[in-house]
Unconditional design. Sequence first.
Length: 195
Amino acid sequence: MIFRDLAATFIPIFVAIDIFALLPIFMSCTSNLSREDTERVVRQSVFTGFFVSIAFVLLGERIFSVIGISISDFKIAGGSLLFIIALIEILRGEPREAASWTRETVGVVPIGVPMIVGPALLTTLLILTDQYGILLTILSLLLNLGLLWVLFMNAHRVVNLIGRKGIIALSKIIAILLAAIGVMMIRIGLFDMLK
């Protein structure tokens, strides 16, 4: 039961982060940095992702209740947003390229936010917290960020192993899964409203 629930929270977070789409962006942002600076960017981006996510999980539902948005409303809106994000990712030809950023802030913006923690992840976290509870959701987030840390530290090896076309293919598959998760969230939100 716990492993099934862990998988049910881990997979949507993995899909929402879309690690394989982030690798080329990360490499572009860190291509001119030393190994030491690259490690600092990895730390910065993962810690930024963690703290922004936790703040949203802890405060998101309270903010929604103040402005009168129910979790069902958020499931429908969030599911629609995930579906649109996935559709854009599926139709995009090449992976996104990063703009020029300073090495002091690149781990926070654009990698930490909005690349790791964007609308897809925030929506997913809030809905998973409602369905599975905060502890399991945070555990799955930590596992995903740990995996992200390892892949970022070995980004060149991963891209060389899989290849650029492989990265694009994996990113498209993950986008299809994200679209399916979006449809599922819309369905659950509508079902909850009609109860």
